[in-house]
Design a protein around this ligand. Structure first.
Ligand SMILES: Nc1nc2c(ncn2[C@@H]2O[C@H](COP(=O)(O)OP(=O)(O)OP(=O)(O)O)[C@@H](O)[C@H]2O)c(=O)[nH]1
Ligand SMILES: [Mg+2]
Length: 259
């Protein structure tokens, strides 16, 4: 067998390497902490820990920067990063994007936390802008549902209920029941910090930075970009409207890339 045939035969077995995200689709990369139920157990306050959330925000920031996303959203142990249809990083190769986003999240979180933690990653694709709004509404309602469950569960546990008792009390119960359970114990769910109930959004904002023209010595204003961390996101229809405004801001960029 000559070298070329040998090389071609083995390279062809990198079977999934040619797999690319369909052109023209919106993309979300979602990373999720591996085994974080266990990882968080002894290290962080239940049901929510501000320090844990800040580690997730630091990780989301790194993903947004590294992959040049347009919006990131984090809740619980997951982070979703949105990319416009025109995004072409790594030629949209699935293996590259999935492995590098998981690697970036794992390395960033581990360095910030000081303990080894790993993330998995997956790709979501959306055909229309409405799909994108629906996606983030879906993740946000997951955040709200988990926050209510978590608060109800850990409140019962702190009262001395066993795992089985707390689970049984909440099994198949309505949202109203869980809200009432908390209310009777002096916790108004709607007054808990917004980041716990609605998640945290990250996006680019522009600001004017004053500098000096080295040639003329004159003061000049330059536009710079920075990441805004929004811990007070709106919810439901207001969240969709908020996201829609952010997507509209991207339109010139998307049109330009299509030309
Ligand atoms: N203590 C604590 N735990 C948290 C916090 N935020 C998220 N978690 C936990 O992170 C876990 C995330 O759940 P999952 O991603 O479904 O479970 P997992 O154990 O990570 O499992 P895989 O993702 O399948 O590997 C839940 O058990 C949450 O309670 C927090 O602020 N504090
Ligand atoms: Mg997880």
């Amino acid at each position: 067998m000559n070298n070329d045939t040998f090389e071609a035969r083995l390279r062809a077995l990198e079977y999934y390497h040619d797999l690319k995200i369909v052109p023209g689709a919106w993309v979300v990369l979602r990373v999720d902490g591996r085994g974080f139920s266990r990882f968080t157990q002894e290290r962080f306050d239940k049901p929510f820990d501000d320090r844990f959330n800040r580690l997730m925000v630091t990780t989301a920031q790194a993903l947004l920067e590294e992959f040049q996303g347009v919006y990131a959203y984090t809740e619980s142990d997951e982070i979703s990063v949105l990319f416009p249809p025109s995004w072409t990083m790594f030629d949209r190769e699935v293996e590259k994007l999935v492995s590098l986003s998981a690697a970036t999240a794992s390395a960033t979180f581990t360095l910030a936390c000081g303990e080894r933690a790993t993330f998995d990653s997956r790709v979501w694709i959306g055909v229309t802008e409405q799909d994108v709004l629906d996606y983030f509404r879906w993740r946000q309602s997951d955040a709200t549902r988990c926050a209510l469950n978590g608060w109800a569960y850990w409140t019962l546990r702190q009262e001395g209920a066993s795992v089985a008792e707390a689970t049984r009390t909440l099994e198949s119960q309505t949202t109203a029941f869980k809200n009432e359970l908390l209310y009777q114990r002096g916790i108004n769910f709607n007054e808990l910090p917004a980041w716990q109930r609605r998640g945290v959004g990250l996006y680019w904002e522009t600001y004017d930075k004053e500098g000096m023209n080295p040639l003329t010595g004159q003061r000049v204003l330059a536009q710079r970009r920075r990441i805004k961390v929004d811990r007070d996101l709106p919810m439901k229809d207001e969240y969709s409207a908020f996201l829609q405004t952010r997507l509209r801001l991207l339109e010139p960029l998307i049109r330009e890339d299509k030309r």
